[in-house]
Write a protein that binds this ligand. Structure first.
Ligand code: NAI
Ligand code: MG
Length: 354
């Protein structure tokens, strides 16, 4: 039987609850489609940090290297600064495994509403291709003249030719498989070094894809367009910071953070890719068992796609659609009273045999 070795890192807060439900759904999908997911669970989290002083062990990256995929819940918890949890686990994994694409598809799911009134599912479907390995999320910089009136900090961005070219090329290729439209997020009026460079490379690569209708848009105007004219957007390529912000906005306009998945992808497949919900550990509802597990289940479906189990992946998405459409089992963010576990069980039960 085809067997995939999967690392599970539930992390903190609701990450733990939603990952348990995603595993349940994925295991059932695997059994219906004649393959197996062999899970290895790691307790890497803020709780571990509080106990041992580190989010993951010294050899954490080496221990993940042999897996076929990684399913991550979320990390972050009050008491541990967010830059510690992010730079102690998530960012090292993304960088060590050259997961330079952060793919964030969003669509309006059946039975759910958008905050944008009167918008149909066709108008609210897009995918954000976020650069995931460099850009504004850089450790270069520092604090100087600490405590003096002249105190200042420097935070540098890093844009390499290799890094910018590969993410833009990935987005063009993706646009070709969809409806052939690509918008690049820029801000070359304010950021006078990095963004003109990004735009220049975008124009160079656009010339190689005359069949793709490409344009660039300042990120602030793009944010407004996402709300006012989402139908004019399909694939969006953006730097690390811009992509992070735009994808939360895209998730919000399509029905909420509880339903937006993401993949940290190493396109050549030399290293494992990592799949996670866009949302975080939601300390405000952690421990109550009421988080919506759909984002994490859909992240699991992206992992199945990446493993080549595309039929099973589609079956998972159809099961989610069927449960949301029926509106019988819904967590509080969807207007219901169901628990995380009840929604996970309903999706598992809605999986159809091939
Ligand atoms: P968040 O995404 O955890 O929560 C934002 C809001 O959305 C909260 O009101 C929360 O209750 C709600 N929400 C999120 N997911 C939900 C779900 N599945 N079902 C129902 N409601 C949901 O973002 P926030 O509050 O900014 O961050 C909380 C912690 O998570 C921080 O420590 C942050 O650093 C961390 N974080 C971790 C991420 C990761 O591991 N990739 C990503 C984003 C945040
Ligand atoms: Mg984010």
């Amino acid at each position: 039987m085809r067997t995939y070795e999967i690392a599970s890192i539930p992390g903190d807060g609701i990450g733990v609850d939603v990952t348990a439900e995603a595993r349940k759904v994925l295991d059932e999908a695997a059994s219906l489609h004649d393959f197996r997911l062999r899970w290895t669970e790691f307790d890497w989290s803020c709780e571990r940090y509080a106990r041992t002083g580190s989010m993951m062990p010294e050899d954490g990256i080496a221990r993940l290297a042999g897996f076929d995929g990684i399913l991550l819940g979320a990390v972050g918890f009050p008491g541990v600064p967010d830059h510690v949890s992010l730079w102690g686990l998530l960012i090292p994994v993304r960088r060590a495994f050259a997961q330079y694409v952060n793919l964030r598809p969003v669509r309006l799911l059946p039975g759910t509403g958008s905050v944008l009134r009167g918008r149909s599912a066709e108008e609210l479907e897009m995918v954000i291709v976020r650069e995931n390995s460099e850009g504004e999320y850089s450790a270069i910089g520092g604090r100087h003249n600490t405590g003096q009136p002249s105190e200042f900090v420097l935070q540098e961005s890093v844009f390499t030719r290799v890094g910018v070219e590969r993410i833009i090329r990935y987005a063009f290729e993706l646009a070709r498989t969809r409806d052939g439209r690509l918008c690049s997020a820029t801000k070359s009026n304010g950021l006078i070094h990095s963004m003109p460079y990004w735009d220049e490379i975008f124009a160079e690569i656009a010339a190689e894809y005359p069949d793709v209708k490409s344009e660039q848009c300042h990120v602030d105007a793009l944010a407004a367009r996402m709300v006012q004219h989402p139908e004019r957007l399909d694939v969006i390529v953006a730097s690390n910071l811009f992509g992070d912000i735009l994808s939360d906005l895209a998730a919000a306009v399509t029905g909420g953070l509880g339903m937006a998945p993401s993949g940290n992808i190493n396109p050549p497949g030399e290293h494992p890719s990592m799949f996670e919900a866009v949302h975080g550990s939601a300390p405000d509802i952690a421990g109550q068992g009421i988080a919506n597990p759909v984002a994490q289940v859909l992240a699991g479906a992206m992992m199945l796609d990446h493993l080549g189990e595309t039929v099973a992946a589609q079956a998972v998405r159809s099961a989610v659609d069927a449960v949301l459409e029926a509106k019988e089992v819904a967590t509080p963010d969807l207007g219901g009273t169901a628990t995380t576990e009840q929604l996970g069980t309903a999706v598992t039960g809605a999986l159809l045999a091939p």
